[in-house]
Design a protein around this ligand. Structure first.
Ligand SMILES: Nc1ncnc2c1ncn2[C@@H]1O[C@H](COP(=O)(O)OP(=O)(O)OP(=O)(O)O)[C@@H](O)[C@H]1O
Ligand SMILES: [Mg+2]
Length: 356
């Protein structure tokens, strides 16, 4: 059902996204590491799960937020190995396996000793599994939580990934999650000291649906649950919520269950606002200039020089290089886009919140 509020796991449950699914598959086949990016609620987890459910090697889906919780606020090799073992031996709680038929595999021969294991040991064992079963894909959702791996902000895990990238050909990685944390704190997009800096990986971006597709999505969803909704309401909903599937699903679900268009819109916007505010706070923790830039762009200061004037007026001098880097990060994180030299906020809900 399209309006099911949980992440989808099967291709039939997904609306459109053929191209994104294909890019993701090509990334996984062609690169040792793929990063799936896109703004909140756009459908990253769903796409990852669908691709994994069809993956022919051994696909291991891990939710790093759960690993973090299971480890009581840190992720260690013990936690990681423990979870992978549970998945391999059929008692997994936080992830799932796909691909190989595990009943045909003699798992007794697989030794994953958490106590002594380092990340390199773990990855080597998984690479060894790949010799038997084809490629092994380690897919981390909510990957921003991997910064809690070990005492050095996830650097040890990244070093392991970098090692695997160079030396363990059967092993592949996918990372996805909320971009603020993912790009900044874990992978380190502008961090020369990151072990992964400079390595070539594939980046697949999931974008919001364009207008027509958003309307078609709502129509299909309402059709499925047998609710007659006028074109005018469909259009208004897309005006308010834009093309982010998660919000469209939430609105559709609320309307279907509650029966009131207005209330469904209100509730969805309220939820979205709460989530966006939290993210803005996270962003502000990385640099207070991010919010100044976003506010400038939301107010319609779309040109580089106007943004710079605003940021300097409110926050003191900033070098051109620094401002460029911050703008680029905001683009990468899906907050803003640049069209013929003008910056715009991507998500209209974000724009409204920033305008206050
Ligand atoms: N193409 C799609 N077809 C149908 N439903 C979708 C699609 N994309 C996303 N959804 C729905 O939207 C919601 C958000 O999707 P999902 O959790 O996959 O997004 P996400 O990008 O991982 O979100 P988050 O940023 O919260 O992790 C879910 O209810 C999911 O079922
Ligand atoms: Mg997700």
């Amino acid at each position: 059902m399209l309006f099911d509020p949980r992440p989808k796991s099967r291709r039939e449950e997904i609306f459109d996204r053929e191209n994104e699914l294909n890019s993701l598959i090509r990334g996984i086949e062609g690169y040792p590491m793929t990063i799936l990016i896109g703004i909140r609620r756009v459908g990253k987890s769903s796409l990852l799960r669908v691709v994994l459910s069809e993956f022919e090697g051994l696909g291991i889906y891990l939710d790093a937020r759960r690993l973090y919780a299971a480890g009581g606020g840190t992720i260690s090799p013990v936690v990681l190995v423990d979870e992978i073992k549970k998945l391999l031996f059929g008692k997994g709680r936080f992830g799932f396996l796909s691909g190989i038929r595990l009943e045909n595999v003699n798992l007794a021969g697989i030794k994953l000793k958490p106590k002594e294991a380092t990340i390199i040991d773990v990855l080597e064992v998984l690479n060894g599994l790949g010799e038997k079963f084809g490629k092994v894909l380690l897919a981390f959702d909510e990957a921003q939580y991997l910064r809690f791996y070990g005492p050095r902000g996830g650097k040890d895990l990244l070093a392991g990934v970098a090692y695997a990238y160079d030396s363990l050909p059967n092993l592949g990685f996918v990372f996805t999650g909320s971009e603020v944390g993912l790009l900044h704190d874990f992978i380190g997009i502008d961090d020369y000291s990151s072990p992964l800096f400079g390595r070539v990986y594939e980046e697949v971006e999931v974008k919001p649906f364009p207008r027509e597709l958003s309307e078609a999505f709502l129509r299909a969803g309402f059709g499925e649950v047998g609710l007659k909704v006028s074109d005018e309401e469909i259009k208004r909903a897309v005006d308010e919520l834009d093309g982010i599937p998660g919000w469209l699903v939430e609105f559709g679900f609320n309307y279907w269950k509650g029966g009131s268009f207005e209330r469904a819109i209100e509730r969805t916007i309220e939820r979205a606002r709460t989530m966006i505010r939290e993210e803005l706070l996270e962003l502000e923790k990385r640099s207070s200039r991010y919010s100044l830039i976003l506010r400038a762009v939301a107010m319609g200061l779309s040109r580089w020089s106007n943004i710079k004037d605003y940021v300097e007026a409110k926050g003191g001098p900033i070098t051109n290089a620094r401002l460029s880097a911050l703008l680029k990060n905001l683009e990468k994180m899906g907050w803003i886009k640049k069209e013929s030299g003008e910056y715009k906020i991507i998500d209209p809900l974000v724009e409204r919140i920033l305008r206050g």
